[in-house]
Design a protein. Sequence first.
Length: 140
Amino acid sequence: MTHSTLLFVAAPLTFGVGIAHSLLGEKYLLLRLFRRPDLPALFGGTSFTVRTLRFAWHITTVAWWGFGAMLWVASRDQLSQDNALTVLAITMLVTALLILIASRGRHLAWPVFAAIAASALYAPVAAPHDHPPVLAYAGR
């Protein structure tokens, strides 16, 4: 198998693991955890705790999907620094939006992830385009 084929196979597997992680974690872990009577009450109740635990669980899936996107781009031999930063920026932006929506803006991680996304998107514009590709395969 070529490196491109291996990466092409790995990409959907990574997406699939993310889907399984979210669905199975929601069904078998989070729902059972949220039924516990001793769930900590933050900011006057358990709803903020539940929303925080839920987005913390699901941002792992978002990260894995970002890794899957990176593998897919690499499988097409298009993993330049600009493309890698674009995938990273999109992943961070989705993470920021998930946290913003799930916490109703009360968790302060969302502006940090938004700043990371903006920085990653702006970096190629701010830097000259004379940088080498992120991945270089031996023998090429």
